[in-house]
Ligand binder design. Structure first.
Ligand SMILES: NC(=O)c1ccc[n+]([C@@H]2O[C@H](COP(=O)([O-])OP(=O)(O)OC[C@H]3O[C@@H](n4cnc5c(N)ncnc54)[C@H](OP(=O)(O)O)[C@@H]3O)[C@@H](O)[C@H]2O)c1
Length: 293
């Protein structure tokens, strides 16, 4: 596609993330209209070639597709409520972070105003936006994703459409936040433990990453077993893991480091064992995590 074939787009919200999105679109030659509550934040983008709209309504009227990236959904409503009927017939892509329930409410809100709604999540830092590794995903109106696929792909090399359920992107976003903190907490404890032998976190990390890559197939197997709800103990049982976790706690205590993280892991395993999964495989701990209480 030649640069002058780029579709016009509007970006509302020029905080750290909105500015990165707008900068990327301008950089790819999209005629980009921007609006931000604090107008000065548009200066750099205007210098790069973006057009600053005087009002949110003018910004919406400037393009068939409007990307909103503000702090949260209430802030998005605050801006968009002032647009009157301008959203009618337009594609609204919301990249503000929220809950799946808020995404569903926003789809109904947009539909009442005649807009086609796509909810999305950016799983990248502002400096990563536009890069080949940047993960962005979307859910909701497939026609919006299909119509703007080229433009959305320019915001990140790992862009995907998850499905028609408006809440999917948000629920994936929140779930991945949990995955990130699960990994981080494990690393924090491991850094503490190897530190007791004088090993630096940066020396341990490459080994840990190598280990993680080596067990990718295990994660596929865990997901398969979770989907099937059957946890054969072909390799190791939860009882054995409960034992192993006791050792990790003991070792940590003996070295004077915190045991919050391994105690938390132990609580999950012990609960699964109490639910009757002691003789089942490791993925059966999922049953303990899933149940409330
Ligand atoms: N930064 C990241 O690494 C990152 C990564 C993934 C997702 N996100 C998501 O992207 C969204 C924006 O994050 P950010 O990092 O760009 O935040 P930010 O730098 O704090 O910017 C917030 C933006 O929201 C606007 N805003 C807030 N309340 C408003 C209101 N009542 N009316 C109008 N505008 C309002 C701000 O306008 P003013 O400039 O006038 O204050 C600004 O444009 C968030 O939902 C965040 O979770 C961010």
């Amino acid at each position: 596609m030649a640069p002058n074939d780029r579709s016009p787009v509007t970006v509302i919200g020029l905080g750290l993330m909105g500015s990165a999105l707008a900068r990327t679109l301008v950089g790819h030659g999209h005629p980009t209209t921007v609006w931000n509550r604090t107008a000065e934040k548009a200066d750099e983008l205007v210098a790069l070639g973006a057009t600053l709209a005087a009002t949110p309504r003018d910004a919406v009227l400037a393009s068939p597709t409007v990307i909103v990236c503000v702090t949260d959904y209430p802030a998005a409503y605050e801006v968009l409520e002032s647009c009157g009927d301008a959203l009618s017939g337009r594609r609204l892509v919301n990249l503000s972070t929220g809950t799946p329930e808020q995404a569903h409410e926003a789809s109904a809100w947009a539909s009442e105003r005649g807009a086609h709604y796509l909810d999305g999540a950016v799983m990248a830092t502002p400096s990563g936006v536009g890069g080949s590794e940047a993960v962005l995903f979307y859910s909701g109106a497939e026609e919006v994703f299909a119509a703007e696929r080229e433009m959305l792909n320019r915001l990140g090399g790992a862009t995907s459409y998850l499905g028609a359920d408006y809440g999917l992107a948000s629920v994936y976003d929140s779930s991945l936040l949990g995955v990130e903190w699960g990994l981080l907490s494990g690393y924090f404890h491991a850094f503490s433990l190897v530190g007791t032998e004088g090993a630096k976190a940066s020396a341990f990390l490459p080994v840990a990453m190598q280990f993680l890559r080596s067990i990718e197939a295990v994660f596929h197997e865990v997901a398969r077993q979770v989907d099937e709800g059957k946890y054969p103990s072909d390799e190791e049982t939860l009882d054995i893991h409960l034992n192993a976790m006791e050792h990790l706690i003991e070792t940590s205590r003996a070295r004077g480091i915190g045991v919050t993280v391994p105690e938390f892991y132990k609580s999950i395993i012990a609960r699964a064992v109490a639910l009757g999964h002691g003789d089942d495989g490791l993925p059966s701990a999922f049953e303990a995590v899933k149940r409330p209480g």
